[in-house]
Design a protein around this ligand. Sequence first.
Ligand SMILES: O=P(O)(O)OC[C@H]1O[C@](O)(CO)[C@@H](O)[C@@H]1O
Length: 613
Amino acid sequence: MASLSGLYSSSPSLKPTKNLSFKALPAQSRDSFSFPHSSRPINLPLNLSAARSVARDISHTDAKKELLKDPDALWKRYLDWLYQQKDLGLYIDVSRVGFTDEFVADMEHRFKAAFKAMEDLEKGSIANPDEGRMVGHYWLRNSKLAPKPTLKTLIDKTLDSICAFSDDIISGKIKPPSAPAGRFTQILSVGIGGSALGPQFVAEALAPDNPPLKIRFIDNTDPAGIDHQIAQLGPELASTLVIVISKSGGTPETRNGLLEVQKAFREAGLNFAKQGVAITQENSLLDNTARMEGWLARFPMYDWVGGRTSIMSAVGLLPAALQGINVREMLDGAALMDEATRTTSIKNNPAALLAMCWYWASGGVGSKDMVILPYKDSLLLFSRYLQQLVMESLGKEFDLDGNTVNQGLTVYGNKGSTDQHAYIQQLREGVHNFFATFIEVLRDRPPGHDWELEPGVTCGDYLFGMLQGTRSALYANGRESISVTIEEVTPRSVGALIALYERAVGLYAAIVNINAYHQPGVEAGKKAAAEVLALQKRVLSVLNEATCKDPVEPLTLDAIADRCHAPEQIEMIYKIIAHMSANDRVLIAEGNCGSPRSVKVYLGECNVDDLYA
Ligand SMILES: O=P(O)(O)OC[C@H]1O[C@](O)(CO)[C@@H](O)[C@@H]1O
């Protein structure tokens, strides 16, 4: 299983033939809302080296105490640093982060190079040197930026074809072959990592209550999870559009999800190909499979777009469009934010502001975690989305010069005020190893739906109060926070939020001198998983041989490891046998499972074909 070739063929690779037991192993009005800018900085006596100190705690600084004692000074700091992007109705408040003027001056210097690197990236430089790739997600929302006319055409044509296809699906012009309703009603999205998190976030944030097609996801190789999704579809499988998403086209979890779904289609007497859509790079295994099997449609992923920044490619746009989400608005929001984040002054660049605060709060070495707290249910998955964007981009062992740096920035969070009843206790009073980002949404409900549940107070006022209260309570105890405010959750604001964080990650990576666009660490786990499955095949083959003897020769774990030429893998062999046993596979184990050395194993029956395979 070390090689991924043949992944998309549907022949089962392991052929257990009989069950056995080796049981029980322990198992407002937008126009009227604007903030003024003041230009009076507050001098906080903290410096860059203090920022780099892991143990730094602003509650112990005189400056912090001064600010707390002096609401006017804090208000001035607020006004001085408040960022607003009027067209997007987006605001960023960094006043509750304790950076100093000296720190900002030092950062201005560092950001010069970062802005230049970003400019070069947008012009098509090989910004991902380890993989020799350009990094072009910014072109997706402004194709004029693409460094070659052919790329521009490709981006534009793909967007047009996504919109046309989804219109045809929604209108029923393209019908499922055997659905009584005559229209596709469901989407089953199969993909993992960047090929799932973006579509999941967008669906949760933006899908209308009654979308033209409802979406569900298979984003793992958990058989029970897959069964659950298929079972939930029930007879609607016949009107389900299955979108298989994989940039590489060779990710095992996605391959497995596809094979499981194809099996369900066969069992239901349905023709999968007529309901299958692939989003992948040209000529990938998935692409070739889809082409050869004659799937309903194929959409391209590009070499120059990374999985975790693929939300504005077909990966995010097709599922969104099919749910009735205005994808062009989402792209416009992102494009506007891209423009805003090209400014080369930190104070006027929202992404640079974020990156600077991350650097300050985490000492530029990830010494504090970033807790993302959107106070809006529909933004629940934002922190999960950002987890991959930030951690897969910034979590790197080496810098661009080959020095060991073990960089990163840990991201977690769910939503407020829900989390106030879970872990905010520790954030306020416990170990001081984080900084918070509040995401505030001004509009509580669509106009005309609000009511006062007590005189002068709405449900949304409570949510607002909880956010502001938590922000104040954290600050009063020396815990720093950033607040990002949007007016409403719309395709534009969601596009803008995504673009904001994409740019912040890119800038931060540049100031700490790492490659944000590769993920070498993920490969080690994938390789090791492939090795485990290869070992399992060897174990089965060895056991089969012993089972085919007359009389059957039960084997100890040592004997199995020996015959697999893998004595150093005895623990893994034990785990493989235990796992197969727990799943009623063909093993017969004698002895005491609790004491592995006493166990002897053989198969339920000899498979002669496998002997000569
Ligand atoms: O889209 P693919 O190629 O299936 O990859 C899925 C995910 O796997 C990763 O490569 C990490 O395993 C992510 O970067 C990516 O988003």
